[in-house]
Design a binder for this molecule. Structure first.
Ligand code: GUN
Ligand code: FE
Length: 378
């Protein structure tokens, strides 16, 4: 099968996978996330965690990951080195967060200018280290989200993305709190704010988007901005269910993201299953005191084939690469899965796909290749 593309994952949050998910987003960030991310100044700790994470992703058939790193340049470069050593393709985001009100003093950039200077040097070092390797690691412009960045840094990051023609990632309209933040502060929606700062382009990947509205989808369509759908994480922090079918009907491209550790699982198999389950909830509605006719949102449920599309072809479009398909001229990003079809009855093609999606475990994935190179499993 084609390897999977995880279009949104926070590498430094791996040790917290599954922790603190009963808290709302803002409290979770302050209690669990920022304290952990601040430890990545320590390169020994970074190495231990990142080696384990990349191995786990490969074990689960993920051949390309779009990473948020931390605010520490050397640790982010180390993540790129580890991807190179293990033969995984990474998009490596050096996180920008300079706002003094929404980031703790112990974990933020000193100033917008400091953040931009560090960024430019990160880009150049990563592009240089790529020269030695066949599988390229791509730097990604990464404003954490609108509450954590000053206007000056958003503007500068948009300029950097243009100067180096780089992909961009952020969180956009993820939760009620986050979605209302830029409306209250700037009198405009997240999408508009990012658009005005040249951060929505055909190389932009916006995570979550659970509360995107029609005008946001219009901007996404017009600019070619894509969404990383993170169904597991959205169940905890999203305050709503992302409408996959509605976005696809509006010609907005979508991939799948694990959002570790807002999501507890690094497996895109788990995320495919949850994308299907959450779409069923959206279609059926969830409040049993409401009559069925108006309980849910019609035409919302997605099929297993669509979930597979999100993890493969959709993800490939998000990262603008010829991957996600077994086809001549495409990158040889593969997972060899030994999962016998259900032995009790005859299986047609659809049954085989359903069985693969619902029942493949890491143990069933025997080999993983990235660009034809054997990836190192644990
Ligand atoms: N918004 C800003 N930072 C984060 C993060 O680390 N995880 C999630 N899910 N949302 C965020
Ligand atoms: Fe995230």
């Amino acid at each position: 099968m084609p390897g999977f593309i995880d279009t949104h994952i926070h590498a430094p949050q791996w040790p917290n996978a599954g922790l603190g998910l009963d808290l709302p987003l803002q409290d979770w960030l302050n209690t669990y996330t920022f304290p952990l991310e601040s430890k990545y100044k320590d390169l020994d700790f970074s190495k231990k965690v990142y080696e384990d994470l990349v191995t786990n992703l490969i074990n689960n058939g993920t051949t390309t990951s779009v990473y948020f790193g931390s605010i520490y340049q050397d640790s982010n470069l180390l993540l790129a080195d580890i991807c190179n050593e293990k033969h995984q393709r990474g998009f490596i985001g050096h996180v920008s967060m300079d706002d003094k009100d929404n980031n703790p003093e112990y974990y933020r950039d000193k100033s917008a200018q400091d953040s931009l200077n560090k960024y430019e040097s990160f880009i150049n070092k990563l592009l240089k280290s790529n020269e030695k390797y066949s599988i390229k690691q791509t730097p990604v412009i990464t404003p954490r989200f609108s509450p954590s960045c000053s206007l000056e840094s958003l503007k500068g990051l948009g300029e950097l993305a243009k100067k180096y023609n780089l992909p961009i990632q952020s969180h956009c309209s993820e939760s009620d709190w986050e979605n209302s933040y830029s409306i209250n502060k700037y009198g405009k929606r997240d999408a508009q704010l990012l658009y005005e700062n040249n951060l929505l382009t055909s190389k932009s990947i916006m995570a979550h988007g659970t509360l995107l509205n029609n005008s946001d989808f219009n901007i996404f369509h017009k600019t070619g901005t894509t969404v990383s759908h993170c169904p597991i994480s959205n169940a905890y922090f999203g305050n709503a269910i992302f409408p996959v079918n509605d976005a696809l009907r509006k010609n907005v491209n979508l991939g799948l993201g694990s959002d570790v550790s807002g999501g507890f699982s690094p497996s895109l198999y788990d995320n495919m299953k949850d994308a299907i389950l959450s779409s069923q909830h959206l279609q059926n509605g969830v409040d049993n005191s409401v009559v069925s006719e108006i309980r849910g949102v019609t035409n919302s449920k997605i099929t297993s084939k669509q979930a597979f599309y999100l993890a493969t072809v959709g993800g490939a479009k998000v990262v603008n690469l010829k991957t996600g398909k077994l086809k001549e001229g495409y990158l040889a990003d593969l997972q060899i899965v030994e999962n016998q079809p259900n032995p009790f009855q005859k299986n047609d093609k659809q049954d085989i796909l359903d069985n693969l999606i619902y029942h493949t475990r890491a143990n069933d994935i025997k080999k993983v290749y990235v660009q034809g190179y054997l990836a190192k499993r644990g």
